[in-house]
Design a protein around this ligand. Sequence first.
Ligand SMILES: NC(=O)c1ccc[n+]([C@@H]2O[C@H](COP(=O)([O-])OP(=O)(O)OC[C@H]3O[C@@H](n4cnc5c(N)ncnc54)[C@H](OP(=O)(O)O)[C@@H]3O)[C@@H](O)[C@H]2O)c1
Length: 219
Amino acid sequence: MLVAGASGVLGGGIARALREAGARVVAAGRDRDRLEGEHVLTFEALDLERCAAVVDEAADHLGGLDVLVVAFGVAAFGPAEEADDVLAEHLLTVNTLAPMAMVRAAVPRMEGSGTVAVLSAILADVPTAGMAAYSASKAGLSAWLTALRLEQRRKGVTVFDVRPPHIETGLADRAIAGQAPPMKAGATADELVGLVVDGIRTGRRELSYDLRAGAFTGR
Ligand SMILES: NC(=O)c1ccc[n+]([C@@H]2O[C@H](COP(=O)([O-])OP(=O)(O)OC[C@H]3O[C@@H](n4cnc5c(N)ncnc54)[C@H](OP(=O)(O)O)[C@@H]3O)[C@@H](O)[C@H]2O)c1
C-alpha cells in the first residue's frame, strides 16, 4: 500500500492504522524526516511527473500495488476575486492535478484489482463562500473520481472518494492564503481515519457528510 501525504495528520493516521492492521505500507511526503516506516519516498505535489514516478517506485518496491491513499492537500481562504492565478494554479495543481497524476499511475499497477482512496472534501458537495478556489479544486477532483469509477466498474479498481467535513487537524492554519472563518468540526481525525481504513477494507466507494443530520453517509 502507498499513502501519499503521510506526514499530514489524516495521512499519518491512516498509514499507522493500515500498518497496525498488518499491511506493508510505503509512506510518501515532502519531508523524509517527518515520515514513519521502513520504506519512505519523497515527492513535491507541484511536480506532476514526480507524482507519477513515486507511485511506480512504491509499486516496484512492493511488487505491485493493492491500495493507494491520497491524503495530501492545501487550503486557501478569501474572496474569489482575490485569488490570483498563482494561487489558483497552486491549489488546482496540488489538490486536483497531483492526485489525478498519482491515481493515473496507480491504476495500471493494480492489474484489475485494487483500491484508490482519495481525500477530496465536503466542499465538492457544498462549495463555500470564502473558499471558491479551494472548493473548485476539490469539486474537480471529485468529479474526475466519479468518472473514473464508472470506467472502472467492469475493470476492477475500486474508487473511494472521501469527502470529510471540517476536522481539527491544523490544515486551515497552514492555509496558503487568507484566514479561515470560524468552523465547527464535524468529526475527529481518529473517527475519519477509522472510517477510511474500514472503507478500504469493505470496498466503500464514497464517504460524504450530511451537514443537516451531522452524520457521515456513503455507499
Ligand atoms: N482537515 C480538514 O478539515 C479536512 C476536511 C476535508 C478534507 N480534508 C483533506 O484531507 C487531506 C489531508 O488534510 P489534513 O487535515 O490531514 O491536513 P495536514 O495535516 O495539513 O496534511 C496535509 C498534507 O499535505 C501535504 N502537502 C501539502 N502541500 C504539499 C505539496 N506541495 N507537496 C506534497 N505534499 C504536500 C502536507 O505535507 P507537509 O507535511 O510536508 O506539509 C501534509 O502531508 C487534504 O487533502 C485536505 O484537503 C481535510
